[in-house]
Structures are given as C-alpha cells and as structure tokens.
Ligand binder design. Structure first.
Ligand SMILES: *Cc1c(COP(=O)(O)O)cnc(C)c1O
Length: 397
C-alpha cells in the first residue's frame, strides 16, 4: 500500500491543484480591450447583446443582466412581490444568497430538506412546508443538476406560488431537452469566476413573462423608468424619467458583458469537458463501495459546476475532515459545498436550530468538492482519482 502524504509519503503530485478555476483566452482579452476603448463602459450595447445571447442559449423570452448572482436573486424576489410576512421556501444546501434574498425583502426563509441521492430540494418536502404565507420557492440546481422542475412547477402553480430557479450552477444544463432558464417563472445565473462562465462578476435573470421582465428592469436600475406608458405624470421633455418604486443600482458593465459574450461562445466546449471529467470520476468512484456517487434524474442533461465526493463513514475509518486533510496533503485542494445555511450564526440569531433538515446535515458531514473545471488535464483528473483511491485504501474498514 502507498504511504499517504499526510503520514510522510510522497504526494500524488508536486503542485497544488485547486477545486475551481476560470478559463480566459485571447478572444476574451480582445473582447474586453475593445470595450475599454469604445464609447460605453456601462449602459452600452454589449449588455443588450448579452441579454439576447442568454435568451438564444437558454430559449427564454427575456433576460436581464445584473451585477452578480445575489443581485439577480434579490430583484427576482422583488419582482415576485415578496415582502414582510411572506415565506420563501429554499434548500439549506446552497450558498447563503439563495435564502438571504428573502431576508432582503423582509420575508422569512423556510428550509425544506434535500433528496439524499440527488442532493436537490425534495418536492415532497417543499409541499409539506407550504403555508398560506408562502409566496415563492427558490429551488437551487445544486452542482448544475436541474431540480425536478415539472413537479415543483405543478406544486407551486396549483397554489399561486412562483418558482424561482437559482441556476448559479446550471448554465448549459437542459431539462427534458429545454435549456435551464426557459422553464421556471424566473431563473437566476451567477457569473462569478468559479462558475462555468464568468464576467469577473455578473448575473442575470431569465423569464418568459413580460410582466416580470418589466419589473426586473425597474428594480435593477433604482426603480427608474423612461417608458412613458409606465409613468404616473406627463413627460416634461426628452430628459424626463420617473422613479416609480425603490430599486437598486444592480447594473452590470459593458466590460463584463463583453467578457461574458466571449465566454458564452465557449459554453459548449466548457460543457463537454465538464461532462467528460464527471464521467471519469463517476466511473472510478463507482468501483469503490466506500463512496457514494451523486445520482442524476433522467430529465436532467447536466453541465456540472461542482463534483461532490461523498464518503460512507460506516465503511471507512476516517471522517470527512480527515479525508479532506489527507487530500490536501496529496496536493489536491478540495472545498465543501455547502455548510447548511441555517448553521450560520446570523440564521441562528433569527431562531433557526440544527436538526431542521437531517438529510442536508448528513450530506454536509460526508462531502467535499473535487477539482472540476475546463482546463483540468487528463493527468490532473488521474491525480485526483489516485489520491482518493490512496486514502480509501488506507482507511477501508
Ligand atoms: C454563486 C452563487 C450565488 C451567488 O452568486 P454571486 O454572483 O456570487 O452573487 C447564489 N446561489 C448559488 C447557488 C451560488 O452558487
């Protein structure tokens, strides 16, 4: 048996391998440079182009680009009319922003447990948590796998509730052949550098509803409109605009939009490579009964943003923290997605208690995210598998 690096053995590789990394090429650099010497750094033509491209890629009717994925969730909740006294159901296995967006609007996040095999929010648990105060469900396509959209849409629409899909992980994913972004009432994307395509920062909301689209435009830009049809007073002249409601400055820049346009050209290539890597990991880890491989619903053709390695503690003499440390010593830097949102002190201060979602808590205690990104080489992927195997072999019960 090979000696583990954590016990003084030779690591599987010399250089550190990180869990995520952006891929920027010459075309990206050129696209950004062109905008820098153009007339518009913000509020210019690249933003409209980006919105059109997002519609083309996903099949959605409308897209509104914003400054980041958190802003996208916030304006989506505002457009949904969420306010004080309302409840918003979401998953605990997500980045805090998926629940914070309810808090921003004065509403209460309600956490529904996950399906222990797919790790996505369980539609049955959503149903159980619906009350008269429920105004929306924020369902997260965790790791990039689409949530059970048909089930969730029918649960929501029967009761007049809106479905907001947090697609921060899932650009490029298809559900029953349709692009994520074209199915839920609203879908939000994030373009942070760790996500599949990046603008440095950036986000977007997609919808097929003209009514929601008009509201999203308004809340993105201070609640200001220049459309006479929406105005409460008669126009004073060509300079005139009205602030109809309280909105924010959540604009994206043309610099970011240009980078995103260039990145989106590479989405099919990014998708394909991510799928190849996931397949290779899945095949290797299915050979090891000490590990659990995330299950996929057949409706989702997934572009994965994250790869979750889940250990079966009953079959190993090492826990997640130990496994994570051993991987790090092998120079494979993992991460953990996610600490259940309600473990956060801010949520504890609001009265949320541990024990709320047992499946989510169990997943958290057994998982880590392995490196997954376009520029990983075959050797990198082999190194990751090698490290996992080394550790499993050393601690098998
Ligand atoms: C990244 C992420 C967000 C927030 O996006 P930002 O662009 O970082 O604001 C929201 N939800 C999920 C699930 C994410 O992964």
């Amino acid at each position: 048996m090979e000696q583990l690096a954590i016990n003084g053995g030779k690591p599987v590789r010399e250089s550190k391998l990180f869990y995520g990394h952006q891929y920027i090429d010459e075309a990206d650099v050129e696209a950004v440079s062109k905008v820098l010497v153009s007339d518009y750094l913000t509020c210019g033509p690249k933003i409209t182009e980006l919105e059109q491209k997002l519609c083309e890629i996903t099949g959605a009717k409308y897209a509104v680009a914003v400054s980041n994925g958190t802003a996208a969730l916030h304006v989506a909740c505002m457009a949904a009319g969420i306010g004080a006294g309302d409840e918003v159901i979401t998953t605990p296995i997500t980045f805090a922003a998926s629940a914070n967006c309810a808090l921003y609007c004065g509403a209460k996040p309600v956490f529904a447990d996950i399906n222990p095999k797919t790790y996505n929010i369980d539609p049955t648990k959503v149903k159980e948590n619906i009350t008269d105060a429920t105004k929306a469900v924020v369902a997260v396509d965790f790791t990039g796998q689409a949530v059970e959209l048909d089930e969730l849409l029918s649960i929501c629409h029967e009761r007049g509730i809106l479905l907001i899909e947090d697609g921060a992980h899932s650009i490029g994913t298809k559900y029953k052949g349709k692009g994520v972004g074209s199915i839920a009432d609203m879908t939000t994307f994030s373009f942070h550098p760790v996500k599949t395509v990046t603008g440095g920062e950036g986000g977007a909301i997609l919808t097929n509803s003209e009514e929601l689209y008009e509201k999203l435009l308004l809340y993105r830009a201070h609640g200001i409109t220049r459309k006479e049809s929406l105005m409460e007073h008669e126009s004073d002249g060509p300079w005139y605009y009205e602030m109809l409601d309280l909105g924010y400055n959540y604009r994206i820049t043309d610099i970011q939009a240009a980078l995103l346009l260039s990145q989106l050209d590479k989405l099919p290539m990014f998708s394909e490579r991510r799928k190849e890597i996931v397949k290779k990991y899945d095949e290797a880890f299915r050979q090891m009964p000490e590990l659990f491989v995330q299950e996929e619903i057949p409706e989702s053709d997934t572009t994965r943003h994250l790869y979750i390695l889940r250990i079966r503690p009953e079959k190993l003499n090492i826990d997640r923290a130990g496994f994570f440390a051993a991987m790090n010593a092998e120079n494979i830097c993992c991460n953990v997605h996610y600490i259940p949102v309600y473990y956060m002190p801010h949520y504890e201060h609001l009265g949320y208690k541990r024990g709320l979602c047992p499946e989510a808590e169990k997943l958290y205690s057994e998982e880590m995210s392995l490196p997954l990104y376009y520029s990983l080489t075959e050797e990198d992927v082999d190194d990751v598998i090698h490290a996992v195997k080394k550790i499993v072999d050393a601690y098998r019960k």
